[in-house]
Design a binder for this molecule. Structure first.
Ligand SMILES: [Zn+2]
Length: 244
């Protein structure tokens, strides 16, 4: 006799080859409708999905939250298979399409809380004292000396309370594998352009760097003033003691 609650039912998981084929088909169909998708391409074969230290730091940060642990591995497999066929990052908002079992890709939406004005200013102050780091940042790389601005409390990395997500699949898990795949996809986008970190936290990177550079120059000029004062004082001393 067949039981209504049949706990032996297992959903078949698509193989990597099937997933790739379906993903290709979905991108082609979107193209036929005049939409252009921006697929996430994972370049690493095993281990970390990201290459840059900042992309890897994003993934490590994600993995340390036990709430998400169950689906992260599956998500990693998905992003490696090219299942994230579109991913767009705008201010505090990520929209993505992930190919799954179904023919139609799932829609994933992730919202990240804005960095508060106070925390943003704190990060600018930290950068101001390191002009070389700012130059590295302007070149599109995250300087390693600024590593701590990510991980410290109130830094660029959002904590789980600042992340909300939604997927159109029927999985009721806290975080489904499609959302997990998109989370890794965000890390790969960071590899390509670290300024997405700022966009994701609702900060305009050009303005951020502009303000930090201005403050650096102001600070340098102030230091130069201090030196000039000292020289004048030395001259006064010479005059005072009649030393030639
Ligand atoms: Zn899902």
């Amino acid at each position: 006799m067949r039981r209504y609650w049949d706990d032996t039912t297992v959903y078949s998981q698509p193989s990597v080859a099937e997933l790739k084929e379906r993903a290709r088909e979905s991108v082609r169909r979107a193209g036929n409708k005049g939409k252009s998708f921006d697929p996430v391409k994972c370049t690493t074969k095993r281990g970390a999905v990201c290459e840059s230290w900042w992309g890897q730091a994003w993934c490590n940060n994600l993995e340390q939250y036990a709430d998400y642990a169950s689906r992260l591995d599956r998500g990693k497999g998905y992003v490696r298979s090219g299942a994230v066929i579109d991913l767009q990052i705008t201010d505090g908002h990520v929209m993505a399409k992930v190919q799954g079992r179904r023919r139609t890709p799932y829609k994933v939406e992730i919202r990240i809380g804005r960095l508060t004005e106070e925390n943003c200013q704190k990060i600018i102050d930290r950068c101001t004292s390191r002009i070389e780091s700012l130059e590295t940042l302007v070149r599109g790389e995250f300087p390693e000396e600024l590593k701590d601005i990510f991980t410290e409390e109130g830094g660029l990395f959002p904590n789980p309370r600042e992340i909300s997500f939604n997927c159109s699949c029927p999985d009721w898990a806290m975080m489904c594998k499609h959302v997990a795949a998109v989370m890794y996809g965000i890390g790969i986008r960071f590899d390509e352009n670290p300024f997405y970190f700022f966009n994701l936290r609702g900060i305009d990177p050009d303005r951020f760097i502009g303000v930090a550079l201005e403050n650096s120059v102001e600070k340098m000029l102030k230091n130069a003033d201090v030196k000039t004062d000292r020289i004048i004082n030395d001259a006064d001393m010479t005059e005072l003691f009649g030393v030639l």
